[in-house]
Design a protein around this ligand. Sequence first.
Ligand code: MYA
Length: 434
Amino acid sequence: MTDNNSPPGSPKVNPDHNSEANPLPKDDSSLENIVRRFQDSMSLAKKHKFWETQPVGQFKDVGDTSLPEGPIEPPTPLSEVKQEPYNLPSPYEWTTCDMDSEETCNEVYNLLKNNYVEDDENMFRFNYSKEFLRWALRPPGYYKSWHIGVRAKTSKKLVAFITGVPARIRVRDEVVKMAEINFLCVHKKLRSKRLAPVMIKEVTRRVHLENIWQAAYTAGVVLPTPITTCQYWHRSLNPKKLIDVGFSRLGPRMTMSRTIKLYKLPDQPATPGFRKMELRDVPAVTRLLRNYLSQFVVSPDFDENDVEHWLLPTEDVVDSYLVESPRTHDITDFCSFYTLPSSILGNQNYSILKAAYSYYNVSTKTPLLQLMNDALIVAKKKDFDVFNALDVMHNESFLKELKFGPGDGQLHYYLYNYRIRNALRTSELGLVLL
Ligand code: MYA
């Protein structure tokens, strides 16, 4: 990565190489892995000047089972929450970004398009669409004041960004009001100036002002302390393009035509009653999803409003399909994915990689493997180049069989001001952040 904040590991997510036709995890003893493990262990010893001051699980406490689960610090009376924003270095000023404004949305879009997360080799960079950003940042009950920008005082140019959105997150039996923090970005030219800690403190202050004291976030970097570390898996839909742009490689003893054949999918979904989700399905999908998510240690606590916002299909943002039993008309299964393209940096022939990201999936009657194969089929028909999935929930049960290959990007999940006694297995996590 270009940013020198990154300890080991790769950026949040994503576009990374997977070796074609070789869906086995990389050899553990490869040099890359040895180096990564070494860097990981170094980062544990490394000082985190900012994070050491925050109410998060600290590395020194890992394995200390005497510490209780739950909030690390109690809430402070609202009257004691700092009323004025934190100080920025003098050339900069705070701005609240109104995502309803076309102009502001454009500025945010461009800041992220040029400065947000890249893969380890700087070949791809996330290119969240404006529609996606509006969707991600305006869920039920959102606060405008949590969409925080930093501008250069003289030019008024937007140079940094961080956001929160409200969510109810269940941890075991406890439903906790949290902020989901995302889109932390500092312009490439302003990196390593300790702007990020000020931005994190400012979003924290504004979350506190709403009487919310916990947060959830993900990052590609190791910070104190992940509740779990997930891996991305990638299923080629357009293998030729993925190979041409360097996203994946031709496997050993594979030709291009054999590779194309390997990843070929049927033209139509196989499951009778498989169809796009509609507004009238919101109550049934909410029931299905709530029931399914209750088995995981950490998951969102979705009500019908949340399901309508997060899962009702929105063109080029989120796709959801379900299975309606042709006989009983019951809604028995559900799958969804969101659209997150990446810019392809410095390729003559292609500028955009169209990626689908597995979101929430529920199977009760249709085997998950078949359901997800149908999801791949509709994603392919919509011209996605690749379908990505984390190893969360029950995803491990279909990844290998459906020809996903492991990526080299890891995604660490974190909670702010909430201690979990032991790290979770990825299959115990029922939460997907954008
Ligand atoms: S994850 C996506 C993050 N964005 C990118 O990777 C885009 C490309 N990179 C950048 O724009 C910059 O490199 C960023 C850092 C902005 C990431 N999460 O200003 P600095 C710590 C948390 O000199 P810069 C996402 O959006 C770092 O360890 N902390 O560094 C979720 C060091 O602290 P310490 C991070 O490179 C965000 C300090 O910042 C991250 O110029 C969740 C260095 O600051 C990171 N991804 O800028 C945020 N990267 O010395 C936390 C670096 O202690 C939310 N750092 O190690 C917490 C909950 C808040 C709400 C609470 C409510 C109750």
